[in-house]
Every structure is written in structure tokens, then in C-alpha cells.
Design a binder for this molecule. Structure first.
Ligand SMILES: O=P(O)(O)OC[C@H]1O[C@](O)(COP(=O)(O)O)[C@@H](O)[C@@H]1O
Ligand SMILES: [Mg+2]
Ligand SMILES: [Mg+2]
Length: 323
């Protein structure tokens, strides 16, 4: 089985990009080890702090953030990083070619129940001669991404990765300590009968999503003429992983539960990298009204509605938004 660096080289990645991805992977291997040790490694539970999003930080959020930040900035090829857990961006080497954004720990609420969690990252080009301390350097659409991926800390530790040459899946071989290529080209089936959405928010959704899900629930007797199954892992990384493995549609739509926070998922740390992976696997990713990767960000912590997955099912959902 091919190792990570040769697989990346075959896809045309140069030495500096490979080194950067390897440094992200090094941090994630450490996170994977600590997660695997559970209660024994003193990483579970909450801190007394809130992050910039007003969410209580788990110990693992903080540890993962520090590991990623340190190892990424040490490469010397990174001009700045932006993290879900940092109030502002963190400057690196002014000559660095790359910017890295990450959600150090996705699915934080799953940490204490030994359920699926992961790390999501995206690599963008650094504008030449820019001020590394200026957060505006990150305001690039998802189409500018050079690479994106996630590491899933599950029964096995897996990585989905794209550099724009398809989506590949790697598995961490804990006996040798590195990632091995286990799926050369991930392909999301276009048709599905499985959806993932937090149904408890149903009454707060906008009419388009209300009607779409109502029709799915009517099953064989409804306008879709087939029964649908539902899954919800409460970690985007787990739900997207399932979709990359066997198809499905995942949605975190806009809702009015808390009108000051109508959207949940973060564009730079969650929506864009996942959209890149999904599109490179033949799927579709949209807000319901526009392609996520074409959104021009206005803020590093911006949130957006997300609908992604099997091409034909996402298209069916879009018809309700056009009505
Ligand atoms: O089930 P809920 O609470 O609606 O939210 C689940 C969503 O929240 C998130 O966990 C947010 O990510 P963080 O854990 O990084 O804050 C998504 O991954 C997931 O899709
Ligand atoms: Mg997250
Ligand atoms: Mg997080």
C-alpha cells in the first residue's frame, strides 16, 4: 500500500506542500493517540473557558488547537493560520506560501461519550507580500483551496484528503505509525435514500427545508415514492465521512431557533474543506441558493447553511429552494 508522501507526489504535490500536510498529520497522530487513551490521558471534559463562538471549550479543543498551531507554524511555509478556537488569525512566516484554516476538533460534544470526532483543515495560497497579521488575507472563496481534508478519530483513524485531483482515503497504520492509501478514488453515489439532519430544529427551519424533509418522511406513499432512512452523528466529520463511504445527503440549514445565530457551520473551518472533498468525490455542496465554494467570505468566523452529498438528492432538495 502506498504511503502518504509518494501518493501526494503522484498527484503533483511539491515538497513544501507535502511537508505541510505531513506536519498537520503529525499533530493529528498525537491527537489520535490521546483520544485513544481516553480517560487515561486526561484530555476529556471541559475547560472553564469559552471560545470566540461563545461555546465552552473542551480540553481536547484546546490541546488539539495548540498542537496543530505549533506544528503548522514550525514548517516555515505558512504565512498565518486561522482556527475555530482562536479569536483572530495567528501570523507565521511573512514569506510563507500557504495559509491554513482548521477546526481542531469537530464534534466536541462527542468527546466525553467515546463517539466520533475529527479534525478538519484547509490550505489556501498566501497572497505574496501581504501582512501576515491581517485576517483579510484569509477571505478567499473555497475555490481557491489548494488542499483540504479531515482526520477521523474512530475505531480506526482515517484521513480523507484532496489536492484537487480527486478525494483519497488513508488509514493510520498504528504498527508503523504512518498513513497508508486505502481508497484511491472516493466516489459518492449520485442516488441515495439516506438523510442526515438535526430533526429537533424542524420547526425553526425555513419553508423550503420544511417541505423537502416532510416529503422524505412521507416515504413510499409520498411524492418521492421511496422510503428514506435517517442518521445523525452530531459531528459533521462523521456524517460527511459516511456520505463519502456510501452516499447520502447532509444538511445543516438556516434556522430561527436563535435569530442572532441563524447558521451553525463555519465556512472556513467546516463548510469549505468539506465541500472541496465532496465535490472532488463527485458530490454537490450548496447553501440551497449558491455553491458553497463560490461564497466570498467577509469574516473568518462566518457561518453558512450547508446542504451536501449525493448529487441527485442535493438537486432534489434544491428544487424546493427554487420554488
Ligand atoms: O447536533 P447539533 O448540536 O445540532 O450540532 C452538530 C453539529 O455541530 C458541530 O459539532 C459543530 O462543530 P464543533 O464541535 O467543532 O463546534 C458539527 O460538526 C455538527 O454537524
Ligand atoms: Mg466543527
Ligand atoms: Mg471544533
Amino acid at each position: 500500500m502506498r504511503r502518504l508522501a509518494p501518493a501526494l507526489r503522484l498527484d503533483g504535490a511539491d515538497a513544501e506542500l507535502i511537508d505541510l500536510i505531513k506536519s498537520i498529520v503529525a499533530a493529528c497522530k498525537e491527537i489520535s493517540f490521546r483520544v485513544g487513551q481516553g480517560e487515561l490521558s486526561d484530555v476529556l471534559g471541559s475547560t472553564l473557558n469559552e471560545n470566540v463562538q461563545g461555546e465552552t471549550q473542551k480540553k481536547l479543543d484546546v490541546i488539539s488547537n495548540e498542537l496543530l498551531k505549533d506544528l503548522i507554524l514550525e514548517t516555515g511555509s505558512v504565512m498565518a493560520i486561522s482556527s475555530e478556537e482562536e479569536e483572530s488569525t495567528v501570523a507565521g512566516n511573512p514569506e510563507g506560501r500557504y495559509l491554513v484554516t482548521f477546526d481542531p476538533l469537530d464534534g466536541s460534544s462527542n468527546t466525553d461519550i467515546n463517539s466520533l470526532i475529527g479534525t478538519i483543515f484547509s490550505i489556501l495560497p498566501a497572497p505574496k507580500g501581504a501582512d501576515p497579521a491581517d485576517p483579510a488575507i484569509f477571505l478567499q472563496p473555497g475555490t481557491a483551496q489548494i488542499a483540504a481534508g479531515y482526520i477521523l478519530y474512530g475505531p480506526s483513524t482515517l484521513m480523507a484528503l484532496t489536492t484537487g485531483k480527486g478525494t483519497k482515503m488513508y488509514t493510520l497504520d498504528k504498527t508503523y505509525g504512518g498513513f497508508l492509501l486505502t481508497t484511491e478514488q472516493v466516489t459518492i453515489p449520485g442516488v441515495t435514500a439516506e438523510f442526515a439532519i438535526n430533526m429537533s430544529n424542524q420547526r425553526y427551519w425555513q419553508p423550503a427545508m420544511q417541505s423537502y424533509i416532510a416529503d422524505l418522511l412521507k416515504g413510499k406513499e409520498g411524492p418521492r415514492g421511496k422510503n428514506f432512512n435517517m442518521r445523525w452523528i452530531a459531528a459533521m466529520v462523521g456524517d460527511v465521512h459516511r456520505i463519502l463511504c456510501r452516499g447520502g445527503i447532509f444538511a445543516y440549514p438556516r434556522d430561527l431557533k436563535d435569530p442572532s445565530k441563524p447558521d451553525k457551520l463555519r465556512l472556513m473551518y467546516e463548510a469549505n474543506p468539506m465541500s472541496f472533498l465532496v465535490e472532488q468525490a463527485g458530490g454537490t455542496s450548496t447553501t440551497g441558493y449558491e455553491r458553497i465554494m463560490e461564497i466570498q467570505p467577509v469574516d473568518i468566523h462566518q457561518r453558512v447553511p450547508v446542504i451536501l452529498g449525493s448529487k441527485h438528492e442535493v438537486e432534489s432538495c434544491l428544487q424546493y429552494h427554487q420554488a
